[in-house]
Design a protein around this ligand. Structure first.
Ligand code: TYD
Ligand code: ZN
Length: 410
């Protein structure tokens, strides 16, 4: 049994996927024999309500030269980052000399909007390859991990920040206390810490078990965010739901007492209680639904293959590694996975080794079915794949339920 990363209380494990490969490492045939695997399991802490991985893979296994995640992989996300930037600039960067810091700034997709308006900014990004792209975009970047030492250094060189931001990155950092301490040190007395992450209530409601993979150390909710950051004198003052990554939450935190707490925070605390997010039984039910979903998906695909149908995958997402390996799908079931990312094409899916092919192949090919692995981009994909349906193709979906459909709503 493991203990909670936030409050050290013993965790109740509720779902294990068994040994899983690294979700964002797409191997070549020479890597197949020695592919790294580790147990993927998730648990609930009855002490602080944080849902979390119970067995963490060392960071060096996750984030290295093989890392295959690129922020700018869809039009929808570019639009989202623009809205996020506008929101911050309008509400939290009040003066000409305001200063904004982003943790895990990747290729500068968010901070580029501040850079364009000559707003003082700094991205803190440990991966040099993506930070270099940000620099080329005019985004000032520091190649470091975000920790107390870095925060103190930035404070000395740039001063304290009016806003510290994080988009789908805070849930990746197991040492959450170090994040909180660093924010405390770097944030101006009236500043805000704003981060986004997939929202646990949506993951549970949609049986989106594919959100669970090695990088997602935490599955935040309003209760668990409050419990985690209040220990450090940071108060949750506002929350906003966002329709990205399958249903995300934007959390706004500040030094305790510095900002008024909106009624939305209270509303969601009550809602989470009603939804049962504070008790283990809800997560045990989720695990049963995930198992049912796994069995139904495997059965559906096996049946279609017995009828000789051609099935492909749509988008080699990190999430798909969980679905494919949990369901035991192989290249016998899924002929290939189409993906628009050049760096993913020609590689193979983790564990199952299904070939990843350029999108152009999918467009020319006539598969009978495509499994929608990028269901979080359904609106964008439905708009551009009308032809696939016209020529008789159908989508296989598994979130929120396993089904064959012609149209998917996000
Ligand atoms: P993403 O949404 O980032 O999911 P995850 O966090 O699970 O990796 O994955 C987007 C992937 O989907 C990326 O590899 C690009 C691919 N993709 C397509 O191939 N076609 C599309 O139309 C879209 C929107 C994405
Ligand atoms: Zn806890």
């Amino acid at each position: 049994m493991s203990n909670c990363l936030v409050c050290d209380h013993p965790i109740d494990s509720f779902l294990s996927f068994g040994n899983m490969p690294i979700a964002n490492h797409l191997p070549m045939p020479k890597h197949f024999r020695n592919e790294f695997r580790a147990e993927l399991a998730v648990g609930f802490c009855p002490g602080c309500y944080m849902v979390q991985l119970t067995n963490l893979v060392e960071q060096e296994h996750l984030y290295n030269d093989e890392y295959a995640f690129f922020s700018g992989s869809s039009k929808g996300m570019s639009k989202h980052f623009q809205e996020f930037a506008e929101f911050i600039m309008q509400h939290y960067l009040p003066t000409d000399d305001s200063f904004v810091v982003e943790v895990g700034s990747n290729d500068g997709i968010l901070l580029q909007h501040m850079a364009k308006r000559n707003i003082k900014h700094l991205g803190i990004e440990p991966s040099a390859n993506v930070a270099n792209i940000a620099t080329k975009r005019g985004v000032e970047s520091l190649v470091e991990f975000f920790n107390v030492t870095t925060a103190e250094k930035v404070k000395q060189t740039h001063g304290q920040a009016d806003a510290i931001l994080g988009a789908n990155v805070i849930c990746h950092i197991p040492d959450i206390h170090s994040v909180a301490k660093s924010v405390k040190a770097l944030l101006k007395p009236n500043g805000v810490f704003v981060f986004e992450a997939p929202y646990i209530a949506n993951t549970i409601r949609k049986t989106a078990f594919d959100q669970i993979y090695d990088e997602h150390a935490f599955f935040f909710g309003v209760h668990s965010v409050v419990n985690c950051f209040s220990r450090h004198g940071l108060e949750l003052v506002d929350v906003m739901e966002r329709n990205v990554h399958g249903g995300s939450m934007r959390y706004v935190l500040a030094h305790k007492g510095a900002h008024e707490v909106t009624s939305k925070v209270k509303q969601l605390l009550v809602l989470e209680d009603h939804l049962g997010l504070l008790k283990i039984e809800t997560y045990q039910d989720f695990a049963k639904s995930a198992e049912k979903s796994r069995d139904q998906l495997k059965q559906l695909i096996t049946g279609l293959r017995e009828q000789g149908k051609k099935i492909v995958g749509y988008a080699a997402t990190a999430k798909s590694a969980t679905v494919i390996n949990y369901c035991g799908l192989t290249p016998e079931h899924i002929k290939y996975i189409s993906d628009t990312t050049p760096a993913k094409q020609g590689r193979y899916s983790p564990g199952a080794h299904i070939p990843i092919k350029p999108y152009e192949i999918f467009k020319q090919d006539k598969p009978d079915y495509a499994i929608l692995f990028a269901w979080n981009h359904a609106d964008e994909i439905m708009a551009k794949e009308k032809n696939f349906i016209k020529r008789g193709g159908k989508w296989i979906v598994f979130v929120p339920e396993v089904a064959i459909v012609e149209n998917v709503k996000q």
